[in-house]
Design a protein around this ligand. Sequence first.
Ligand SMILES: N[C@@H](CCC(=O)N[C@@H](CS)C(=O)NCC(=O)O)C(=O)O
Length: 213
Amino acid sequence: MAAKPKLYYFHGRGRMESIRWLLAAAGVEFEEEFLETREQYEKLQKDGCLLFGQVPLVEVDGMMLTQTRFNFYGKDLKERVRIDMYVDGTLDLMAMIMLAPFQRPEEKQETLASILQKAKTRYFPVFEKILKDHGEDFLVGNKFSWADIQMLEAILMVEELNASVLSDFPLLKAFKTRVSNIPTIKKFLQPGSQRKPPPDAHYVDLVSNILQF
Ligand SMILES: N[C@@H](CCC(=O)N[C@@H](CS)C(=O)NCC(=O)O)C(=O)O
């Protein structure tokens, strides 16, 4: 049996969390090595594991993968293009939320308010309309895909900023319930899974120290 994929990242969400979501949704078990020191990060670099000198790093069957994306990936090119567009859109939204904790406290509140506004006016209306227009259960091809996994991750991140953010988006609300109840996802959402909590001050300090910014 092939060894479990091994994930190298900080003990927090960041850019690894979407990969954790994807593996969890696929029912793939994985191991994690958490970066706690600058030395661990430098060793990965010295050993040539980090193509662009960056984490996330995923080790699968002896291959060292960065820029990591896995497949839940549509039946043809047209579906894949749509999945890519939706994934990249939600990733832009999530990246803003991901980076906010690294800002100075006086900027942070303003940034979070602006992210929330963008979620409500730029991103969620698009996905609400997609669901309304095709009337299907999932975003692409009436089949559970990477776009759905990441949409749910994004919804939950935005709800951490404002719990009632979906009140004007009934189809997204129903989508959230539907996807959350897929058995592998349901398991990942339960306490004790490898899902990580929102970043706290300790996480922010740790990442800033290891990456030296
Ligand atoms: N496009 C890359 C971006 C990776 C990235 O920005 N990683 C950050 C940590 S979350 C990093 O390693 N920064 C160190 C650096 O760029 O020197 C991906 O998604 O994997």
